[in-house]
Design a protein around this ligand. Structure first.
Ligand code: ZN
Length: 270
């Protein structure tokens, strides 16, 4: 195939690929605050890079990235883990009060409708499998994606997988997070000139989540430190580490897709 990108395919090319390997990928993620050092599109662009990598490796067609994702107001316990003293503060997602600009989050019910319609359109083209490659870790995002994947798998002709672009490198990996070392590294690898570490304060200044809107996943799980300081610091990011995360996502999701596809369409002669 000339390209794996749906928007650049002619009908004949699309039909040819659907006959060979009938899988569509949909990268998804919100335009969101990722610290002063990274672009708004970090999550969807990470998801897009992984989706393109999977399609180039095993086949299938990548749909245009859905720059769409959801967040909700933080509850008191999470606010505490982020380092806030005030329990009734209204903080949506990573939009801490000190940020000079807000994220473009969709309410959960709107995100659900948009994702639903995108899945319906892709399935109506006749794909046997649709793989949502999700770049955003909010609870509402994960629940909505998993719910729709289950629903369409059981009520439409297609199987829908909901997957995460960024996954642990191994069981011991504790570095996942929001705009911390893992995401910053990934973005450096994908588009280095979009990251400017010098927009962050000097290395010795601790980055508190409540002040910078940057976080380790461990903090949300209650395994951070009492000061709510980011431990896996974005100022230690490297493109080489980012490459490992991108390749890890490609390898893990590719294996999952091939396994599922083989069950749907066993190779002929078996
Ligand atoms: Zn992110």
């Amino acid at each position: 195939m000339r390209t794996v990108r749906f928007e650049l395919l002619r009908p004949g090319e699309l039909l040819e690929e659907m006959k060979r390997f009938s899988v569509a990928y949909l990268p998804v993620g919100p335009l969101e605050w990722h610290g002063p050092h990274m672009p708004f599109g970090t999550d969807p662009l990470d998801a897009q890079a992984v989706a393109l990598g999977i399609a180039e490796k095993i086949g299938g067609v990548v749909f245009p990235t859905l720059f769409c994702g959801t967040e909700a107001a933080r509850d008191p316990e999470i606010l505490r883990r982020m380092g806030f003293a005030q329990e009734d503060l209204y903080v949506v997602g990573m939009d801490v009060p000190r940020n000079p600009v807000k994220s473009c989050y969709f309410p959960e019910e709107v995100f659900g409708v948009i994702l639903r319609e995108n899945l319906r359109q892709i399935i109506s083209l006749g794909f046997k499998m649709v793989v949502v490659v999700n770049g955003h870790g909010a609870d509402g995002q994960l629940a909505t994606g998993a719910r729709l994947a289950k629903e369409f798998t059981n009520t439409s002709p297609a199987t829908v997988l909901f997957t995460r672009a960024m996954q642990k490198l191994d069981e011991e990996d504790q570095q996942l997070g929001h705009a911390n070392i893992s995401e910053t590294s990934m973005q450096m690898y994908i588009s280095g000139d979009s990251v400017r570490l010098e927009e962050l304060p000097p290395r010795e200044v601790p980055l508190r989540t409540c002040e910078w809107g940057i976080a380790d996943a461990l903090q949300f799980q209650g395994k951070g430190n009492p000061e709510a300081v980011v431990m896996h610091d974005p100022r230690d990011a490297t493109a080489a580490l980012g490459k490992r995360y991108v390749e890890n996502g490609i390898a893990r999701i590719s294996a999952q897709v091939l396994d599922c596809y083989e069950k749907l369409c066993p190779p002929s002669g078996q």
